[in-house]
Write a protein that binds this ligand. Sequence first.
Ligand SMILES: NC(=O)c1ccc[n+]([C@@H]2O[C@H](COP(=O)([O-])OP(=O)(O)OC[C@H]3O[C@@H](n4cnc5c(N)ncnc54)[C@H](OP(=O)(O)O)[C@@H]3O)[C@@H](O)[C@H]2O)c1
Length: 352
Amino acid sequence: MKKLEVGILGATGMVGQRFVSLLENHPWFEVAWLGASDKSAGKKYVDACHWRLREPMPEKARHLSVHECQADHAGRIPQLVFASLDSKVAGEVEKAFAQAGHVVVSNSSNHRMDADVPLLIPEVNPDHLALVRTQGHGRGWKGMIVTNPNCTTVGLAMSLAPLDRAFGLEKVMMTSMQAVSGAGYPGVPTLDIMGNVIPYISGEEEKVERETQKLLGKLADGRVRPGEFAVSAQCNRVFVEDGHTESISVSLQSKAAVEDLVKVWRAFRALPQERGLPSAPKHPIVVRDERDRPQPKFDVATENGMATVIGRVRPCPVLQFKYTALSHNTIRGAAGAALLNAELMKSEGYLD
Ligand SMILES: NC(=O)c1ccc[n+]([C@@H]2O[C@H](COP(=O)([O-])OP(=O)(O)OC[C@H]3O[C@@H](n4cnc5c(N)ncnc54)[C@H](OP(=O)(O)O)[C@@H]3O)[C@@H](O)[C@H]2O)c1
């Protein structure tokens, strides 16, 4: 099968680098075009990018030129573009690309809550992809924008989706311990974070609360009715390199025991697994039995960073149950999430 050429907007950033790395040897897609700010434009990727991943920079990417993120109507940029732009510019740039006919698969928060933009986790709400039909009619765009959730939302929503289906959710409380790579590069200054916990990440708690309800909402008559359970999030930055850890408490609508929760999580499989999408984890949720896991240092790379790892499942004296969930913020929470969204779109015929 001839691979589909793709572009990356924001290719030099933390998430952009993950895209470049995850797309090396991808069976369906190949990187053909890279975009970043005017500071990087005109340089070769190897000179423009301060590569921060342990995996070496893919040989082919080193020699690609970096361009300005100007939408072009002349077909010089691939139709499918992954986007990981600074949110200060992402909103307008993504709109311009969608208008010019591109399929923009975005990581940024700017359009996630737009009523006609799908906010997707392929295991959780693949049916919401149908919103792009409303988007095309309503905005007069030839292209479209599809988004993945915030890196903190994804582990929470993945862990909640099977519980919601099996027992119904009533209340959710989540306290996060978020890695420094979640703040991009160079991110939080060393002297602010070393030996410290920062109990504030601008806009994060509101994003997690709203996005979780949209993701677990029902699509009817061309719109998403948000989930009706209550969600309260408290977000903290900690001195961890990769992996957001979350302490979660839930109360459910129907009666369940700890073993029932573990059973539904272990049995959880969805469309990406059924279709064998290339980036889909075999087990989207992995439950650890050890009393002190998951830990980012040991568990963040589970299923190539695409699984949500759960542990410490136990009764909660305030709500009903509590547990710990861990998710890789730049893979499942960003580039890997967008890649899986694009694979879902291809398998649904949106990229033909
Ligand atoms: N890090 C995570 O864990 C994570 C997770 C989920 C979502 N996100 C979201 O993904 C996006 C990227 O995050 P990041 O962590 O990769 O940030 P980052 O490391 O700061 O990278 C930002 C990218 O945007 C480009 N850029 C900045 N200003 C630009 C402009 N005026 N025009 C065109 N390109 C411009 C930068 O290019 P230059 O190098 O040329 O400046 C760089 O490629 C953000 O919206 C973020 O909220 C991040």
